[in-house]
Design a protein around this ligand. Structure first.
Ligand code: ZN
Length: 372
């Protein structure tokens, strides 16, 4: 028999849904800092799944994907609990306006990236650390699984893509020594508590989650765990994390509904809801995934025939960065590999470092499947 779930002030009976805000504090002028959540308490027993988005406010599409997916769920028919944090760092979406979007990667109050401060702090703490601490203690640490959602930013559309982390299973090598900004957890303590059995088991569970998500592209990337990132902090605490990206450009297009299908695939995989997974016609897992940024600023003019989800050839022109006054071509952007265009720039003004494309290198496919 399922229990009543309480998060913050919100009590949710089995078979019901609740909404609320975690109170964190107040800004100088009295504006309340609070983080919204949605809780679905299933009538049946099952795991607790956290769906989290928008640590980075220039990537808000996950919030819409979560909203749509949760409208498909009847808590009376749900096994387990879904805890949704659609807007993990609300001020990053409320403020700012970079070349990539209206919205920031960092919290404008302290200029910190929430995805470098986990599990947060509640003493001697920056605001972003206090927010992470509130989320970690009230919601995330209670979960068995976490999906951490990002998108192509305001500059670029993007297919759903899963980024399972394939860390080394030798405890001495599994955890990254460099902790961004020196404000994350001290990794030296953690390494001693973690066994290779634990790491092997966690890695397999992450892989299963990635496969269950059912994206057209999965990037299997090998690198040590960074505990100051949410996914890394989850992994070392036995909470299975999956980082995904879906949607972008601030646009409601097919990638939003495809992303919602992918989230529901995870719930089906965990036996929280019934039904067969909805999968794209073709799925690939690659080891090499290009995140292509420009070196020049100007106006970005896409080449003809470039489509989201289309195939591109090595050397094929994706677009050009031109001088908006003289038409001089400052940079011709060509695909470095043969592969699938997972994400492409749709925004015209570009500063140096702006996103041009994400491309899954098809010469590095390590798994693929056709789904009739
Ligand atoms: Zn992000």
């Amino acid at each position: 028999m399922a229990d009543v779930i309480q998060v913050g002030e919100t009590k949710v009976q089995p078979g019901e849904r609740g909404f609320g805000y975690l109170h964190v504090g107040y800004l100088a002028g009295g504006t309340e800092v609070r983080i919204p959540y949605q809780i679905l308490n299933g009538a049946g027993d099952g795991p607790t799944l956290c769906l989290e988005s928008t640590m980075h406010g220039w990537e808000p599409m996950g919030a819409e994907i979560i909203r749509r997916a949760m409208l498909e769920i009847d808590p009376q028919q749900l096994n387990g609990v879904v805890m949704c944090i659609p807007l993990a760092s609300p001020m990053t979406i409320e403020f700012g306006g970079t070349i990539e979007s209206a919205g920031l990667r960092v919290n404008p109050v302290d200029m910190l990236d929430m995805n470098r401060v986990w599990p947060g702090k509640d003493v001697n703490a920056w605001l972003t650390e206090q927010m992470a601490h509130a989320l970690w203690t009230n919601i995330i640490s209670r979960c068995d699984y976490v999906v951490d959602m990002h998108d192509g930013t305001g500059s670029s559309d993007e297919l759903p893509v899963a980024f399972p982390q394939a860390f080394p299973t030798d405890p001495a090598l599994a955890i990254s020594g460099e902790l961004a900004d020196g404000i994350g957890t001290d990794a030296s303590d953690i390494s001693n508590q973690i066994t290779s059995e634990f790491l092997t088991d966690m890695k397999e569970k992450i892989r299963e989650m990635a496969m269950a998500f059912g994206a057209p592209v999965t990037w299997w990337r090998e690198r040590p765990i960074n505990p100051s990132m949410l996914s890394g902090q989850c992994a070392i605490n036995g909470i299975v994390p999956l980082v995904v990206e879906a949607g972008g450009g601030g646009m409601i297009d097919f990638t939003v509904d495809q992303g919602a299908d992918c989230l529901l695939n995870i719930l089906k995989h965990l036996k929280m809801i019934e039904g067969e997974p909805k999968l794209p016609e073709r799925q690939v897992m690659v080891e090499n995934y290009i995140v292509y940024r420009s070196l020049s600023g100007g106006f970005y003019i896409q080449a003809e025939g470039i489509k989201l989800g289309g195939m591109v050839k090595k050397g094929q022109v994706l677009g050009r960065v031109i001088d908006p006054l003289t038409s001089e071509v400052r940079e011709t952007c060509t695909s470095p590999v043969d592969g699938l265009l997972v994400s492409r720039r749709v925004r015209m003004p570009i500063n140096p470092g702006g996103y041009i494309a994400h491309i899954a290198d098809f010469d590095s496919i390590i798994w693929e499947r056709e789904n009739g």
